[in-house]
Write a protein that binds this ligand. Sequence first.
Ligand SMILES: *[C@@H]1O[C@H](CO)[C@@H](O)[C@H](O)[C@H]1NC(C)=O
Ligand SMILES: *[C@@H]1O[C@H](CO)[C@@H](O)[C@H](O)[C@H]1NC(C)=O
Length: 209
Amino acid sequence: MASKTFSMKFFSLLLISSFTIIQLATAGDPDILSDFIAPPNVLVDGNFFTFTGMRSVVTAGPPTTFKVFKASLAEFPALNGQSVSIAVLEFPAISTNPPHIHPRSAELLFLVQGTLQVGFVDTTNKLFTQTLQTGDIFVFPKGLVHFQYNAVANASAMAVSAFGSANAGLISLPNTLFNTSIDDNVLALSFKTDVATIQHLKVGLAPKP
Ligand SMILES: *[C@@H]1O[C@H](CO)[C@@H](O)[C@H](O)[C@H]1NC(C)=O
Ligand SMILES: *[C@@H]1O[C@H](CO)[C@@H](O)[C@H](O)[C@H]1NC(C)=O
């Protein structure tokens, strides 16, 4: 009898844990029960499904600082429930997209111009890097810290990134750590340095007056 209770308990535990694993594996934007979602009182025609915000990006000259142009849920409401979005990344010579995380999606980057060094770090702290040539595609797995770097001194680079979420989200490591009000002592202890060094890092990221 005791062993029967035990195996019942074990079986329920197994069920619960496999359910959790399935849930984790399918974590992403929720499925919707309609073809699309439109805000109330919005005229739904071809225009609703069209985003024109990238026209200026296509016609503009080379950038002077690293820039991201997004077509995600906030900019393009028709993406609501569609589990997709894109961003255009522009890199002047010697510029970087600092280490960051997209909590809700992988990123599929297509390099349309220039060469670009890219990398991500997995949960075992292993770094994977590559130097992409124009036309190459690289995937940054979901939720991992990654970066891009145009190391070329005389040429800009441009990439288009696709996401499997309408709102992939952005956690910028420099910003999250050194441009919020996390206590200097917490950061000094965490980075095994002193408070002065932490304050120096914070000054560099603080909004200019
Ligand atoms: C950039 O510099 C490299 C090496 O000096 C040279 O081969 C290349 O033609 C230059 N590219 C441009 C766009 O000026
Ligand atoms: C730091 O945070 C402020 C306020 O949110 C923001 O305006 C500024 O752009 C941030 N700095 C950087 C380097 O992102």
